[in-house]
Design a protein around this ligand. Structure first.
Ligand SMILES: [Zn+2]
Length: 73
């Protein structure tokens, strides 16, 4: 048997990749497995928390700037 046969003729079917591990998955699927779905959910939650923290920090900085400006008068 020749191992290097039809290397280029892989079927071109619409597909996407698992956002966690990058494995090709069908279009109607979000992740390759429930484990990857859970991992991504956790990561998203963590990212969400980080984003909120950044927003709060920016808001505090703006508030401080306004406070400093009003005190500078
Ligand atoms: Zn995956």
């Amino acid at each position: 048997m020749s191992s290097k046969r039809n290397e280029k003729s892989t079927r071109i079917i619409p597909h996407k990749h698992c956002p966690v591990c990058g494995v090709a998955i069908p279009m109607d699927k979000e992740y390759c497995s429930s484990e990857c779905a859970e991992t991504d959910m956790k990561q998203k939650k963590q990212l969400d928390r980080m984003r909120k923290l950044v927003y709060i920090m920016i808001a505090v900085m703006i508030a401080l700037t306004i406070l400093m400006m009003s005190f500078g008068r």
